[in-house]
Ligand binder design. Structure first.
Ligand SMILES: Nc1ncnc2c1ncn2[C@@H]1O[C@H](COP(=O)(O)OP(=O)(O)OP(=O)(O)O)[C@@H](O)[C@H]1O
Ligand SMILES: [Mg+2]
Length: 581
């Protein structure tokens, strides 16, 4: 209804002007009353129409925004781990996009888009009316005035879109600096980097910012540069906006001038002229009104682009050679897992030329306790990441109970594995929640207590006033490193995994504590699960059934402690340097 307001107004007003032309009398009183009533009804229709439209579009946009916000978050969480290694996907950048993209999209989904639609329909209907009533004048005005307004609006939109994308990159870079600095606040404080980081925050560029950049002030793009670039763009945007505003009056001037000629030549009646003139007036205003929404449109475009990009990034669907449920049932009955690593090679996407894992071949029997040792950076944690299926091997593959893990659903597969990482992270919540996270069923109090005792953390838990109900703080910051590690071990043991992966899992524990935890793991290990442990401290891995010595992504020695020490190779030298006979 509102979309037809402009042509209706053009007809009503021109009729009213005609009535005035007839001079004072009863006809003028009648026409005046009639057309005023019509205009009043138009006002009422508009009131109801705009109110209902605002109400409905608001509900729709709120719902869609909530859906997209949740989609972005879910999409981010379901990305491949390698996605998070990319420099544009830092925590800060993602968190910033998570808050801005849905809001940007809301601008397109809400009231604005309805207004744009109504205005465009108004524009088209007034143009059609003008063309029907007097095509000559209508065409002259359409091409002479409305077209320049539309072109200006389009150019403004294009400029704003470009500016928006560069602002966004800078904003993401700033957010990345903020997130990194807050997360590493202790490092920032101890290195007294506060002022330099604030300075860097004010001068973000699109590249990833490292602390070295901050310290050495390696800025490729300073604030002045950014302000200058934005300033130039804003100049153009302003010029296009002013042109659109001014062209409305130019359109009126053109209509007056050419319309008067046509009326003088008796080609058009006065009534025709007024309808077209008013139609042009409204159309011009409509165009200008639409052009003011270019900012919303370019914002929405940027938000929508991010969502589409995320959808494209999502890991490819996993090919399932066998029914998922069937596979899990197999695994349930099989007890400890057998793991075969077959000619495995892997290079990180950021460094494709460097083979971090280079032709690794390991066969691990059910219930075996194996250890991987080697110098720092030789690829041990990467091996664990590949076993967890965080990354796809470059060549070769890993078999879990004789099934290629690439053919298993990652979520089902990971249900059978427990991982204690080098720096375990706890999530905000209570100790009990952290121990039970990810389990299909709620563990009993007895199970949690057992796991805590095995991880040698039960005494600490019972010493707390709230026991297992104690809050760990965000990322477990309220606990010491050793306590966090032991909670992570308890969490791993509660899962009753078929395969336990320990990556320096006891590195923060004191010798006595480590001995107790180690004994508990070894006991559970051979009976219920297969264990792969990584440790620098060789005393931790000494009792392993087999030890694999890694060097530059290859296995150079393997065997038990006694065999390897007798071999007198790298393992022997490592033992010597740790005074381990
Ligand atoms: N996400 C990553 N992107 C690119 N390279 C990586 C990534 N993670 C690790 N690397 C590189 O891969 C190599 C192996 O790293 P990895 O973490 O597996 O070593 P590690 O044997 O566990 O060392 P440490 O004993 O110090 O924990 C290193 O050279 C490291 O720089
Ligand atoms: Mg490591």
């Amino acid at each position: 209804m509102s979309s037809l307001t402009y042509p209706a107004m053009a007809i009503l007003i021109s009729r009213l002007i005609n009535s005035f032309n007839k001079g004072p009398g009863p006809q003028l009183t009648h026409d005046g009353n009639f057309y005023s009533l019509m205009l009043f009804i138009t006002a009422l229709i508009n009131l109801i129409a705009y109110f209902s439209m605002g109400y409905v579009t608001n509900i729709i946009s709120q719902r869609l925004t909530r859906r997209y916000r949740s989609e972005i978050f879910a999409s981010v969480l379901n990305q491949d781990i390698s996605f998070f290694d990319e420099q544009q996907n830092t925590t800060g950048a993602i968190v910033s996009r998570l808050s801005t993209a849905p809001t940007q999209l809301q601008e397109l989904l809400g009231f604005n888009v309805a207004i744009i639609f109504i205005t465009l329909v108004n524009l088209v209907s007034t143009c059609i009316l003008a063309l029907i009533l007097g095509w000559k004048l209508a065409l002259v005005v359409l091409f002479g005035a409305l077209l320049p307004i539309i072109i200006s609006a389009w150019l403004r939109f294009a400029m704003e879109t470009r500016l928006e994308s560069s602002i966004e990159k800078r904003f993401a870079a700033s957010a990345a600096i903020a997130a990194e600095s807050v997360a590493a606040i202790r490092t920032v404080a101890s290195l007294t980097l506060e002022d330099k980081i604030v300075e860097r925050y004010n001068r973000p560029d699109s590249t990833r910012v490292t602390f070295t950049d901050v310290v050495r002030c390696r800025y490729s793009n300073c604030l002045t540069d950014i302000v200058e670039k934005s300033g130039q763009s804003f100049l153009w945007i302003n010029l296009f906006f002013s042109t659109a505003q001014a062209t409305v009056f130019a359109a009126m001037a053109l209509t007056f001038w050419y319309g008067a000629q046509l009326v003088l030549r008796n080609e058009y009646t006065q009534n025709q002229f007024f309808i077209i003139f008013i139609a042009v007036l409204f159309s011009g205003e409509a165009c200008v009104q639409v052009s003011t929404f270019t900012t919303s449109l370019s914002n929405a475009r940027s938000g929508a682009n991010y969502i589409l990009w995320l959808r494209q990034q999502r890991a490819k669907p996993v090919p399932l050679l066998r029914d998922d449920r069937e596979v899990s049932d197999d695994e349930k009955s099989s007890g400890p897992a057998a793991v075969d690593v077959i000619n495995l090679e892997f290079a990180y996407r950021q460094r494709p030329g460097v083979k971090v894992i280079n032709g690794v071949q390991i066969q691990i029997d059910k219930g075996e306790f194996v250890a991987c040792v080697g110098a720092s950076g030789c690829g041990k944690s990467t091996m664990v990441s590949l076993l967890e299926r965080f990354y796809q091997a470059t060549s070769g593959h890993i078999e879990y109970n004789s099934i290629n893990i690439d053919n298993l659903c990652p979520k089902n597969y990971r249900q059978n594995i427990a991982l204690v990482q080098q720096e375990p992270t706890l999530l905000s919540g209570t100790l009990r929640e952290n121990i039970a996270f990810g389990l299909e069923r709620e563990p009993t109090d007895g199970e949690v207590e057992d796991a805590c005792k095995q991880a040698n953390i039960w005494d600490f838990v019972t010493s707390l006033p709230n026991g297992l109900a104690t809050d760990c703080g965000s990322s477990g910051t309220k606990l010491s490193d050793g306590q966090r590690q032991r909670i992570a071990i308890a969490r791993a043991l509660t899962r009753s995994p078929k395969l336990l992966l320990l990556d320096e899992a006891t590195s923060a524990l004191d010798t006595e504590s480590e001995r107790i935890v180690q004994a508990a793991i070894e006991k559970a290990s051979r009976r219920d699960m297969t264990t792969i442990a990584i440790a620098h401290r060789l005393s931790t891995t000494k009792r392993a059934d087999r030890i694999f010595v890694f060097s530059n992504g290859r296995i150079i020695e393997s065997g038990d402690h006694r065999t390897l020490t007798q071999l007198g190779g790298m393992y022997y030298n490592m033992c010597l340097s740790q005074s381990l006979g």
